[in-house]
Write a protein that binds this ligand. Structure first.
Ligand SMILES: [Zn+2]
Ligand SMILES: [Zn+2]
Length: 493
């Protein structure tokens, strides 16, 4: 199925809605509570706090819980209100939050690691809590018995984790820059492959189970998209940050990747456009253009009585080239180079002005971003970091009037290229078509699209793929949401 849609990333800025202050040390994770005006934070100051928005418009803590060791990460499961906290001392603690978000009860403590827990995920399907730690391991534990099921060790600190519940695959990013793909079983695990591409510690991973794309961000300031499900070994390099990348989120409906870096940079990548893989760097003892030897090529230097040159690489063709043959710089967004990079003279001449059109938009979070969470259905984003500040922003980077410029003239044809996206589009089409003509407010259409997406995908995971049941829940929620959301969110539509 393909829909004739042409969208471009629009630079609608994230708008700061609220600033949450009061932590006495860095905030390591902050998540939005779905369908509530609430945020949960865990901090280096050893606190777990649940913040609810009061009538004054400010967030106030309704839960303030102190634990024995700094809190490094969390996994919150909204339907069951279970929360798992990773700690600096290696333990994972589970709590149950009360329905009114005013109380939190200790459930279990899992002796997960010897050292700081770096990331963790609770999987309801597996009834497992999976965690990675600075003791260079991943472990998975049964949330029913509380016992350890399995552990696997790496060569360096395991820094981040993603998990596919359906297939029981885990992705672990580590300090050496590698990502290990493992298949977890009840007592054992097997290493499927190792993804090598980053030149620095992997700081963030994001798995999109629908497209089967893995995104990784690292301290080399770059993001890589690994096409796990598609063409074999296809990787796309995305360079649009000046600092280490520490948070990622993929928005499937608008095909946008959001990446955040330590300097507050927020980059929104258009992943719908056709992109090219950056070439491998070639090795040569002499410049592949003018033939002059590089400085380690003693023999040729001696034979030709010339001084060796420094080796550089053209980012577009990958050739080993001397400085003189690669004096020009250019951006080349189709290969992910949003900033100017080195080009050989031949490549530079082939780049046309339209090839330099950015394929990402750039925004300022204006604080250190160590962790980020999004709720696409409400267009909300929460960021936190070592500056102790938590920011809640409205972040509808692409509005749906951009995605659906002329709703009346959208052309549909059916196929199976992307089942999930086509279902969503079809649903949106049927839904809007069933309304009184197509002339009702664009803003409502935008909201509906978010809500439909929300019914399908919660927390990056597909929840519901039946058109009928989504349409039914849409109808039920319809009257309520139309009143509530047009009232509360009109300002930023
Ligand atoms: Zn040269
Ligand atoms: Zn070149």
């Amino acid at each position: 199925m393909a829909a004739e849609i042409h969208s471009r990333p629009q630079s609608s800025r994230p708008v700061l809605l609220n600033k949450i202050e009061g932590h006495s040390d860095g905030v390591n994770a902050a998540v939005l509570i779905p369908k509530e005006d609430g945020v949960i934070t865990v901090s280096e100051d050893r606190t777990i706090r649940v913040w609810l928005k009061r009538d004054s418009g400010q967030y106030w803590p309704s839960i303030y819980h102190t634990v024995s060791s700094p809190c490094s990460c969390m996994s919150y499961h909204h339907e069951s209100r279970r929360i798992f906290i990773g700690q600096d001392n290696g333990a994972v603690v589970e709590f149950l939050i009360s329905e009114d978000f005013n109380k939190m009860n200790h459930v279990k403590t899992y002796p997960a690691h010897q050292n700081r827990v770096s990331d963790l995920i609770f999987s309801l399907e597996s009834q497992w809590v999976i965690s990675t730690g600075h003791d260079k391991s991943i472990c998975w534990m049964s949330t029913q018995s509380g016992s350890m099921l399995g552990r696997h060790s790496f060569g360096s600190w395991a820094s981040c984790l993603q998990y596919d519940s359906d297939t029981q695959h885990a992705f672990v990013g580590d300090h050496s820059g590698q990502i290990t793909l493992l298949k977890l079983d009840e007592q054992t695990c097997s290493v499927i492959t190792t993804l090598k591409g980053h030149e620095g510690s992997v700081g963030a991973l994001y798995w999109d189970p629908v497209q089967r794309w893995l995104f990784s961000g690292a301290s080399d300031n770059s993001v890589i998209m690994w096409d796990i499900g598609g063409r074999q070994g296809r990787t796309l390099l995305l360079q649009g940050h000046h600092e280490k990348v520490q948070a990622l989120w993929y928005l499937p409906l608008t095909h946008q990747l959001v990446s955040c870096s330590a300097d507050g940079g927020i980059t929104v990548w258009n992943m719908e456009t056709t992109r090219e893989e950056a070439p491998q760097w070639l090795d040569s003892d002499s410049c592949q253009k003018c033939g002059q030897p590089f400085f380690w090529n003693i023999k040729q230097m001696w034979d030709s009585k010339t001084l060796g040159l420094r080796q550089h690489h053209c980012r577009k063709c990958g050739k080993a080239i001397c400085g003189k043959c690669s004096s020009k710089r250019s951006t080349y967004p189709i290969m992910g180079f949003e900033f100017q990079v080195r080009m050989c003279d031949d490549c530079y001449d082939t780049i046309k002005e339209e090839d330099r059109t950015p394929l990402a938009t750039f925004h300022e979070g204006k604080h250190n971003i160590a962790h980020m969470d999004m709720d696409p259905s409400r267009g909300l984003m929460v960021t936190c970091g070592s500056d102790r500040v938590v920011k809640v922003t409205h972040s509808s980077f692409t509005t749906f009037t951009d995605v659906f410029p002329k709703l009346k003239s959208i052309t549909f044809c059916c196929g199976t290229e992307n089942e999930m996206f086509s279902r969503m589009l079809m649903l949106l089409f049927l839904y809007t078509g069933s309304q009184s003509g197509l002339g009702f407010q664009q803003s409502i259409i935008k909201l509906k699209a978010y809500f439909i997406l929300d019914e399908f995908v919660i927390g990056g995971k597909v929840q519901e793929t039946s058109k009928a049941s989504v349409a039914k829940s849409m109808e039920e929620a319809d009257s309520l949401q139309e009143v509530k959301h047009t009232h509360t969110h009109t300002s930023f539509l």
